[in-house]
Design a protein. Structure first.
Length: 179
């Protein structure tokens, strides 16, 4: 009986420590040190959240740059890859349809879905490929849209991690500011 009571006490102490105290401490530290990131890097406009810097949003209008294809349809709950392998007929069909939409020279990030299905970035090449469509839909010069894309290219993190990229939500918000 003594062993059972000791085990129960240890269980309760560890549950409170690791299930209550530690998560609250980490949440408090995150809120203090990194409030924007701790709250999901939300993008707020006129007091209303309109998206996140970290999650792709679905843009389908020709007036906007389109994000990377999403196996999760840009929905966060079922996020994830499609698990279609290189021999999958479904994957080949999807890539063929996207190649027809974007052209034979489309960058790979416009042809394949991201691993999470929620990647907020596209390559600068993917953004540049969309410039003529966006410029025509907005009646803005290709040169002006090209300059806008060039201004929104983010360098690799810490100067060497990853590739240059363009956050689609930020680019589209900047585009809306041109009006």
């Amino acid at each position: 009986m003594k062993t059972i009571l000791q085990s129960l006490r240890i269980y309760i102490v560890l549950t409170v420590l690791t299930g209550v105290i530690y998560p609250l401490a980490m949440t408090g530290i995150a809120q203090l040190c990194f409030p924007k990131q701790a709250n999901g890097s939300r993008v707020v406009e006129n007091g209303q959240p309109i998206g996140s810097d970290l999650l792709a949003q679905k843009f389908e209008s020709h007036r906007y740059f389109w994000p990377r294809p999403s196996a999760a349809d840009c929905v966060t709950v079922p996020s994830g890859a499609s698990n279609k392998g290189p021999t999958s007929a479904d994957l080949k069909k999807s890539i063929h349809k996207r190649r027809q939409r974007f052209g034979a020279d489309a960058p790979i990030d416009l042809l394949t879905a991201s691993g999470s299905g929620l990647d907020p970035h596209i390559s600068p090449e993917a953004a540049r490929l969309q410039i003529p469509r966006v410029a025509a839909a907005r009646s803005i010069s290709i040169q002006k849209i090209s300059e806008l894309v060039d201004q929104t290219i983010e360098p690799p993190q810490l100067g060497f991690l990853g590739e240059p990229r363009v956050n689609v939500l930020r680019l589209n918000r900047t585009l809306d500011e041109l009006r």
